[in-house]
Design a protein around this ligand. Sequence first.
Ligand code: SF4
Ligand code: SF4
Length: 108
Amino acid sequence: MENETIAVKPPRQRKVKGKVVIDIQRCKGCELCKEACKENAIEFSGTINIKGYHYAIVNNDLCTGCVNCALMCPDAVITVYRTKPEGKKMEVNQADIQGQLAAMADKS
Ligand code: SF4
Ligand code: SF4
């Protein structure tokens, strides 16, 4: 067999990372955010919150800041912070996203 050289790609560098903050006392444990997260970054607590629900917990090491979870949350208790390489943070919430979607719809 000939010697083969296998090209090894460096680990994918994420251009944007996410940090998710959840108002856990207002979470009702519906799991819609977990279903929306393609990175499997969302799990549920072993303990219950003041409303009696197991609340969502995010592993921010896996989060890409895609905001799918915030879009899906019916109670808007999720805030996503996206970090760009230069370290600038921008807060994205459900209202911002709805506004951007409406603006895109107006242009088309
Ligand atoms: S922002 Fe995206 S990747 Fe991060 S927890 Fe929410 S759905 Fe998952
Ligand atoms: S979608 Fe919102 S209310 Fe439902 S489990 Fe996730 S954070 Fe809680």
